[in-house]
Design a protein around this ligand. Structure first.
Ligand code: BDR
Ligand code: CA
Length: 311
């Protein structure tokens, strides 16, 4: 029995690795990639999603989603992922075409087709999922597992609005809709990501493998690695979406988690897009998030290695 998995994503270098990890796992059936604007514009993120399914030669539909956050202006992470989101590596145009079914419809369709079985993972801004929820508020009743990469639960964000993490900060209104309406989801945040960096030396060893996955990642990660080395860490690469995908594929890797209520700040010069966690239970609101705090590092690395060099 395989688990149907729908991936909402804005590829993005770490999205790419996460998706390759999912393709490497025989126990999941990827039923589609629904694509968001985020790291870069939608025309790039869709093209990159198509390149990923082409790289692994799998027949998985790519559904273009919402082209912008609910409220403008959109942010961009091109300075780290490249103007095209894939490291400006000069990759050829994908031969495959995107589906004509919109991402929001694809999310709702998959929830009906796989009612009670579907796992949904969101690796980008939550715009598509928020719109799907507004159209059909019963969506969570058909999706037993939602994993979100987003937020900075201790307030150490990674955007210019200091407290905000990129995916939530890109579209705070969308995150607000999801966090208010989804009764219970798993959250893999930026601080967990910082605590689970991958030593460059090891990562670059895997990237040297002669597999299509490693070849693609080697090409697209070069620019990002140079940026991370110069601005964030000389020794470790922090791969948020890959960490979230490791949790999706192997929940037992979570060694420590906290059940808390999480909301999203919508206003404030420094706080818009911040995730606010009720650590001490002072609001009396029921926990909506299961926050992964510590993840088995060796297990996480084994998943990345498996996707890049094969098993
Ligand atoms: C998140 O933001 C994006 O830049 C990454 O792809 C990841 O989803 C990390 O904050
Ligand atoms: Ca992403």
């Amino acid at each position: 029995m395989t688990t149907p998995l729908l991936i909402d994503t804005d590829p993005g270098v770490d999205d790419a690795l996460a998706i390759l990890m999912a393709f490497a796992e025989p126990a999941v059936e990827i039923v589609g990639l629904t694509v968001a604007a985020g790291n870069v514009g939608l025309e790039h993120t869709v093209r990159n999603a198509l390149r990923l399914v082409e790289t692994v030669d799998r027949d998985v539909p790519v559904h273009p989603g919402c082209p912008a956050p609910i409220l403008p202006p959109p942010a961009s992470a091109a300075f780290v992922h490249g103007e095209d989101g894939f490291g400006d590596a000069g990759l050829p145009e994908p031969a495959r075409r995107a589906s004509t079914v919109h991402a929001v419809d694809a999310i709702l369709d998959a929830s009906r087709r796989h009612a009670g079985d579907l796992t949904l993972v969101c690796l980008g801004p939550l715009t598509n999922l928020a719109v799907a929820l507004l159209i059909d508020p019963t969506l969570p009743s058909r999706v037993p597992r939602l994993v979100v990469m987003g937020g900075a639960v201790d307030g150490r964000g990674n955007t210019e609005r200091i407290k905000a993490e990129f995916n939530i900060g890109f579209d705070p209104e969308a995150a607000d809709v999801v966090f208010r309406r989804w009764p219970r989801f798993e959250l893999v945040d930026w601080e967990a990501t910082l605590a689970h960096g991958i030593p460059f030396e090891r990562l670059e060893g895997w990237l040297a493998a002669p597999t299509p996955a490693a070849r693609l990642m080697r090409a697209i990660a070069e620019k990002r690695h140079a940026w991370v080395r110069a601005h964030r860490s000389a020794t470790h690469s922090h791969l948020a979406d890959a960490l979230a995908m490791a949790v999706v594929l192997e929940p037992a890797l979570v060694a420590e988690a906290a059940d808390r209520h999480v909301s999203v700040a919508l206003v404030g010069e420094h706080t818009r897009g911040m995730t606010v966690v009720d650590w001490a239970g002072r609001t009396g609101l029921a926990a909506n998030a299961w926050i992964a705090r510590r993840i088995d590092q060796a297990g996480f690395e084994r998943r990345i290695e498996g996707a890049l060099i094969g098993r």
